[in-house]
Design a protein around this ligand. Structure first.
Ligand SMILES: *Cc1c(COP(=O)(O)O)cnc(C)c1O
Length: 236
C-alpha cells in the first residue's frame, strides 16, 4: 500500500471514530483532500485510492492541475482567498467556494454567475478568532454579510467555513469550532430566505478530529494525507 492510500485510510478511520464519539453519523462528514503544492502524480494516486473531492487554494495552480487530470469522477473546491480578478475562472473549475468573506467579492461572483448562466454555491468564511492576519468576515458582521449575500440571485449560501489560529495543541481549536457552530445556529434561527446552513467547513490535519466532534460536515486535510508540502512548488 502506498503512503497516500495508508494515510487516507487512517484519516477516514479517525473521522469515523471522532463522529462515533459524539454519536454523529460518519457519513455526514465529507473529506476534502487538500492538494495545494501537491503534484499531479500524487493527486492521481489519491483518485485511485478513492478521493472524490480536492481542495486548492490558488486558482491558477488549480486550473493547471484540473486541466491535466481531466477527470469527471472528482470535484474541486476553492478553499483559499479568492481575488476578484480570478472570479472569471471559477465556474469551469470549482463546485464550491469556501472562502467568500466580503460583499464586493460576492457581487463579482454573482455578476459572473449571471454571465455564465450558473448558480454559484458558496460558504461564508468567518474569522472567529479575530486574528488580523486571517481572511474572513468578523463574527460580529457575519450575519449581516449573509443577509446581504442572500439577496444576490445567482449565489446560494450553503454554510460556513473557518480557519482557527494554528496551535500545537488541537484542543486549542475547539472553542473556535464551537463559535462557528453557534453562528450557524443563530443564522438558522433567523430563517433567511435563500440561505442554507447545512455545511460547516472546519478542521485541518492537526485538528480535524476535534472539528468532527464539534459538528464539521467538511474537513480540509492536506498534510496528513500527502505529507509535508513542498514550499518551493510555486517557484518551479
Ligand atoms: C492548506 C489548507 C488546508 C490543509 O492544511 P493541512 O494542515 O495540510 O491539512 C486546509 N484549509 C485551507 C484553507 C488551507 O489553505
Amino acid at each position: 500500500m502506498s503512503n497516500i492510500t495508508a494515510n487516507l485510510e487512517k484519516v477516514k478511520r479517525n473521522i469515523r471514530q471522532a463522529a462515533e464519539r459524539v454519536n454523529r453519523d460518519p457519513s455526514e462528514v465529507t473529506l476534502i483532500a487538500v492538494t495545494k503544492t501537491v503534484p499531479v502524480e500524487k493527486i492521481r494516486e489519491a483518485i485511485l485510492a478513492g478521493v472524490l473531492i480536492f481542495g486548492e487554494n490558488r486558482v491558477l495552480e488549480a486550473r493547471e492541475k484540473i486541466e491535466v487530470i481531466d477527470s469527471k469522477a472528482v470535484k474541486w473546491h476553492m478553499i483559499g482567498h479568492l481575488q476578484t480578478n480570478k472570479v472569471k475562472y471559477i465556474f469551469s473549475l470549482f463546485d464550491l467556494i469556501h472562502s467568500v468573506d466580503s460583499l464586493a467579492l460576492a457581487h463579482e461572483i454573482d455578476r459572473r454567475a449571471q454571465v455564465d448562466k450558473k448558480k454559484a454555491d458558496i460558504l461564508v468564511q468567518v474569522n472567529v478568532s479575530g486574528e488580523k492576519t486571517k481572511f474572513g468576515v468578523s463574527k460580529e458582521s457575519a450575519v449581516e454579510l449573509i443577509k446581504d449575500i442572500s439577496r444576490l440571485s445567482n449565489i446560494s449560501i450553503k454554510g460556513l467555513m473557518t480557519i482557527p489560529p494554528f496551535s500545537d495543541n488541537p484542543e486549542g481549536s475547539r472553542g473556535f469550532f464551537k463559535e462557528l457552530f453557534f453562528i450557524r445556529e443563530r443564522v438558522e434561527s433567523l430563517g433567511i430566505e435563500n440561505v442554507s446552513m447545512r455545511e460547516l467547513s472546519m478542521g485541518m490535519s492537526n485538528d480535524y478530529e476535534i472539528a468532527v466532534e464539534e459538528g464539521a460536515t467538511m474537513v480540509r486535510v492536506g498534510t496528513a494525507i500527502f505529507g509535508e508540502r513542498n514550499i518551493n512548488y510555486a517557484k518551479k
